[in-house]
Design a binder for this molecule. Structure first.
Ligand code: B3K
Ligand code: ZN
Length: 843
């Protein structure tokens, strides 16, 4: 395994003036003919003409029209070339049908499509496949497919062929080609400067009815980026294609976004509210990449968070604007904690900008994406809204057309705001989540908060100097009135105190409002104080947080024999009944911290978590809340009904969310009676799925599972839900057996990433199920990762993160997990992807 280092970066020895590609499509024998104009790069002294290429069958190659015989070497070729500008031509043959890794040019349900980020273009033809090599592409596609699409604007077409020209220089990872029997759902957009843009959503015949929402989301994104960032679209056409076999969510190829059909196709009958929200966010995300990613791209893959962190930050702002910031922030923090904090505290911890990797596809992580976005949130707190706006304007101005670095990004902020960001940069270069301890004192009308930060060592980084942490703080008086509105305290030292004068009584602090920095706050407080904040905090995030902290302490106490806390139960009752609170917020406040989060907290406190005990505590607390609020549930069910036509908007979705929470608690005490009725009358997938989940969680629902299958047999996306739900809602003892049974189902197509994830993703996220003491979860996952790896190394590697917490648990479980990991590691011909992951996890 060869490690690539950031410090080894050197520019490529040549610039690429233009690229002409011709594709002669055939399922197992596609020909790709390239004609590329190279010139020596004045910024480089290297004249090493190395082109990447993997799995290509080279038929011929020419330099300036004369035949050449390049040296075929590992990962590509080398060739002697003139020391002035020259034309490289070659023809290769590839096998899209046989490409199960879904990287490069491959086939999905008879349609051709591509995925080139990060390094897939080298599976299509020989090329300097690195993001700092940008060029203008002209593409000719020959094939007997009704739709023939590539990047940029349509140039010309005829029977069986089409030509596309993309005027914007781009790296090869943004190349895309699609060909197949596709139908377009059309739309149009007028940009801020009055240009007309043709929009299309391309889908398989039969899916046209699931396009309207995605099209609207695209238009909303286009307007938002104009209004909020001043960014206008820059081609005559914008195409989105839905593909069933796709390794991740979607891809921002210039002018031709390719989407996993699961995150673009939507209808009320087949998609949940959560699906709608996610689709809107991902369409926005990919669209926003047109500026943050495409017009300004990354110099090298170590800079990935330059485009991903910023684009996630932008899509979070967008969703907040569309659907409400409070609830969006809470949801984002839930994801951050359950996934990124988990990554940051285990063997896979890495900084948002890593400085080494073996396989770059392993670094499309929650740290690069979600923490990358948090880091920008910190930066915005430090420079203020105006500073942020000035800096972004300068960024687009200065770097349009560049392949940039994190240093460029920071320089823009320094130049625009005059602020020194040396210490702030540690957020990009240092891994690990800081823990911030808080102590307070009150003396003579002066209230003092003292913070101490500490970050545990992470792989390869023992020394963790203090970071600058913006801590948003507000103070409440003992009656619950706010005596100090939110202020940002800038903590820059290891230990630092902040004082507030002129207070008549000791206040109650509300700390880290809005989750102003991605840290773990450690404060010894009483349950009373948390209940007080749950009742009175004016900051919605901290109001929610107070309830979660109470619930977490309560769950932890219950794993050690404690009983449900009365303050929590009363607090939840108040929140549930408070009509002044947004239903979506109430739904979140009535939720319990995830079991994996409880395990993480215990582990951080030096206590070995017992997954079965955590499961039982969770069950018992759910039961207690269900009982305590038993009068509330029927009322909420009535109040939160959403009669009339379905709308996926935030208001209706929020009501359905609270309705779903009420039904789930009620099911704990009525044995599923209400859920059975709700299942029968469900008018949309949100209601149908939430009722089915309630039934499964009380071990009912066998009939409904069968009728659901009959009803939705024809719809692959709904069937993914059917597979996933059964595993996710199984009892711990049945989880692995259910996954195993489903993996033997005739409809379990394990080569389809969505279906594989539906079953095994649900299994590894089932805390008590995956971590069964007999090791059956570890073993079943190992069996399947070994089987999948030769077919699709990206997915096997991604799913190996199921094991990343293995060292938290007891010696028996550790031994079983280690054995499973070693078995994977010993599998013959392990992919570079999975090989790197398992090596890091085992360390
Ligand atoms: N940029 C792509 C992700 C590519 C993943 C490559 N393994 C989607 C996105 O972040 O928008
Ligand atoms: Zn992205």
């Amino acid at each position: 395994q060869e490690t690539i280092y950031l410090s080894d970066y050197t520019p490529f020895g040549f610039i690429v003036e233009d690229v002409h590609l011709t594709f002669k499509l055939a399922p197992t024998t596609t020909r790709v003919i390239s004609r590329i104009r190279f010139a020596p790069n004045p910024d480089s002294s290297s004249r090493d003409f190395f082109l990447h290429g993997e799995g290509l069958n080279l038929h011929w190659a020419k330099v300036d029209g004369a035949d050449v015989a390049p040296d075929l070497v590992k990962g590509g070729l080398r060739c002697d070339v003139p020391d002035t500008a020259f034309t490289w031509e070659c023809e290769v043959e590839i096998d899209p049908q046989g490409n199960t890794a879904l990287e490069g040019l491959y086939m999905s349900n008879g349609m051709y499509c591509t995925q080139c980020e990060a390094e897939g273009f080298r599976n299509i033809t020989f090329y300097p496949d690195r993001p700092d090599v940008m060029s203008v592409f002209t593409v000719r596609i020959e094939g007997d497919n009704p739709a023939l699409l590539s990047n940029g604007n349509p140039a010309d077409s005829g029977e069986g062929w089409a030509e596309w020209h993309d005027p914007w220089p781009k790296p090869a990872y943004l190349f895309a080609l699609v060909a197949g029997d596709l139908r377009n759902y059309p739309g149009s957009f007028k940009t801020m400067s009055g240009r007309d843009v043709e929009l299309n959503l391309w889908v398989r015949p039969g899916d046209e009815g699931k396009c309207a929402f995605g099209m609207e989301a695209l238009k909303k994104s286009m307007i938002w980026d104009e209004e909020v960032y001043g960014r206008e679209y820059d081609l005559d056409i914008f195409n989105i294609v839905a593909v069933d076999d796709f390794n991740m969510g979607a891809m921002e190829n210039k002018g031709l976004n390719i989407f996993n059909s699961a995150v673009v196709l939507a209808s009320p009958e087949t998609s949940t509210d959560a699906n709608f929200e996610r689709i809107e966010a991902i369409i926005a995300h990919e669209y926003f990449h047109n500026w943050t990613g495409n017009r300004i791209t990354c110099r090298d893959w170590f800079q990935l968070c330059l485009k991903e962190g910023l684009t996630v930050f932008r899509d979070q702002q967008f969703t907040g604007d569309m659907r409400g910031h409070a609830v969006k922030r809470i949801n984002d923090v839930v994801t951050l904690r359950s996934r990124q904090f988990r990554e940051d505290s285990g063997p896979l911890a890495h900084p948002p900008r890593p400085d080494q990797f073996v396989e770059i596809n392993n670094f499309y992580t929650v740290t690069v994406y979600e923490k990358g976005a948090e880091v920008i949130n910190i930066l915005k707190h430090l420079v203020g809204d105006d500073g942020y706006k000035k800096a972004l304007d300068l960024y687009f101005d200065r770097h349009d057309g560049d392949a940039a670095t994190i240093e460029d990004w920071l320089q823009v902020f320094e130049d625009a705001t005059g602020r020194d960001l040396t210490q702030f940069k540690r957020w990009y270069t240092d891994a690990g989540t800081p823990h911030v301890k808080v102590a307070d004192s009150f003396d003579n009308g002066i209230y003092t908060l003292t913070f101490t930060q500490e970050t545990a060592p992470t792989p390869g980084q023992d020394d963790k100097p203090a970071r600058v942490i913006p801590i948003a703080v507000g103070l409440l008086d003992p009656n619950g009135n706010e005596v100090l509105p939110t202020q940002i305290l800038e903590m820059a030292e290891t230990t630092q105190s902040f004082s507030f004068e002129g207070l008549s009584a000791k206040p109650v602090p509300s700390i880290l409002r809005g989750f102003s920095a991605p840290v773990v706050l450690e404060r010894e407080t009483s349950a009373e104080e948390q209940a007080f904040l749950l009742a009175h905090d004016t900051d919605p995030f901290n109001k929610w947080e107070a309830g979660q902290a109470l619930a977490k302490d309560c769950l932890i106490a219950m794993t050690q024999g404690g009983t449900p806390d009365q303050g929590l139960l009363d607090g939840m009752t108040t929140v549930a009944r408070d009509h002044s609170l947004d239903p979506a917020f109430r739904a979140l406040a009535l939720g319990l911290p995830a079991q994996d989060d409880i395990a993480a907290t215990l582990a951080a406190r030096g206590i070995t978590p017992d997954p079965d005990k955590i499961w039982r505590a969770h069950q018992a607390l759910k039961q207690a809340i269900a009982q305590h609020l038993q009068d509330v549930w029927p009322r909420l069910l009535a109040e939160m009904a959403t009669p009339g036509p379905y709308s996926p908007d935030a208001e209706h979705a929020g009501k359905r969310a609270l309705h779903g929470v009420a039904l789930a608690y009620l099911s704990q005490i009525d044995g599923g009676t209400a859920a059975k009725a709700a299942y029968t009358t469900a008018g949309n997938m949100t209601e149908q799925l939430s009722a089915l989940a309630c039934l499964l969680s009380v071990e009912k629902g066998t009939d409904e599972l069968a009728t659901f299958r009959e009803q939705w047999q024809h719809d692959r996306l709904v069937m993914d839900k059917w597979f996933g739900l059964q595993v996710g809602y199984a009892s711990p003892e049945n989880c692995v057996a259910t996954a195993k049974r489903l993996s033997e189902d005739a409809d379990f197509n394990w080569k389809n990433p969505n279906r594989f994830r539906a079953v095994f993703g649900a299994m590894m996220m089932h805390h008590a199920g995956f971590h069964q003491a007999d090791g059956s979860g570890y073993n079943l996952l190992a069996d399947w990762l070994i089987k999948l790896d030769p077919v699709n190394g990206q997915i096997s590697a991604r799913m190996s993160t199921g094991y990343e917490t293995w060292k938290r648990y007891d010696a028996d479980r550790q031994a079983k997990a280690r054995a499973a990991l070693k078995r994977i590691n010993g599998a013959p011909d392990l992919s570079r992807n999975l090989g790197e992951m398992v090596t890091r996890i085992l360390k």
